[in-house]
Ligand binder design. Sequence first.
Ligand code: PLP
Length: 420
Amino acid sequence: MNRSAVWHPFTQHATEPVPPVIARTEGAYVETTDGKRILDAISSWWVITHGHRHPKIVEAIRNATETLDQVIFAGLTHEPAEKLASALVEMAPSGLDWVFFSDSGSTSVEVALKMALGFHRNNGSPRSRLVVMEHSYHGDTIGTMSVGERGVFNAAYDPLLFEVDTIPFPAAGREQETLDRFEALTRDGKAAGVIVEPLVLGAGGMLIYPARVLTELKRIAEKSGTLFIADEVMTGWGRTGTMFACEQAGITPDILCTSKGLTGGSVPLAATLATDAIFRAHFSTDRAKTFFHSSSYTANPIACAAALANVGIWRDESVTERVAALSKMQAEKIARFNGDARFENVRTAGTIAAVDLRVGKAGYLAEVGPKMRAFFLERGLLVRPLGNVVYLLPPYCVTAAELDRLYDAVDEAAELAKSG
Ligand SMILES: *Cc1c(COP(=O)(O)O)cnc(C)c1O
């Protein structure tokens, strides 16, 4: 092969090794061109739910291509999108009655932010301030970086990012601080909305907080007419143990973003669900109140067919039981690191398990990530620590034996970290 022309995402080409070429995927594995099977312990960046290439999703995609490809979604509609929208309304927390399609998690969040500002403006009382949670991640576009944690990942673009108000992460024992700050920030009724990753802050380091904080945030938001936006791009589709994480808090957000697991991880698709009140704010004979947003590939029929197949799998197979079983295994297996001096903050949320490596030396973090990745890869395991946070977020088809391999490797990797 000639020199690659590919510029990879989140990749420092100057220091990182040439990536293996993947030729095949199946179940919990991705397989290289030379036949090496790699256990995908991070669900290919959190998108794969049931496993790679679930036969029903593959079949649905194949069938859809027999009759449809992209169809403009303004002025026309199609059955896969209509059916999927109805199914999403049925599955989501009750009260989310409208579905706006797009094609990535970031875009679904951009849509949510625009809906929130449009809602207030169209109702005659414009608001533009957004409240966000410390350590959040909502995507890599300018708008989503603006509502996310500022740091090395977006320092270069800081002049383009808009200002937001930030509430502290509700760390154990400090939940009230978060709620008090939120109350103070919204009391004046000027915040357009608050956006949070419910229960788990993913890219921020798999930080977990209790459902009751979410319940309280929603209650406080309601008092001031602050719209509550749940970014369930990562947490949706069973990841935290329930279909959507918001269910555990017993809340219906005003806006909910879903993407990663929506098609089971097969093809890109996203949706932003909204309440009837938000739709009605944009429903008018005044055309200036139209919701002005579109992606070229909005509601791609093939992607919608894949998502419908995913919904079918949730209905017809025992996915809920599988998710419960995996959640239990994760909690049991990661418990071996409790009281181990090399680790701290052993935690799980549904199918996600995470632990922090205790690292001594300053500046060390820059080294440990790539080094550990290489260590895992050598053993045929795809694990990508976030700084010193090692997490396992496998597809739901992973077996107990495969988890044991992973936890043994994490144990070994901690030795590697110790030796620098
Ligand atoms: C991944 C992620 C996004 C961005 O999704 P993309 O499809 O990568 O644009 C947004 N929010 C959360 C919580 C995510 O984990």
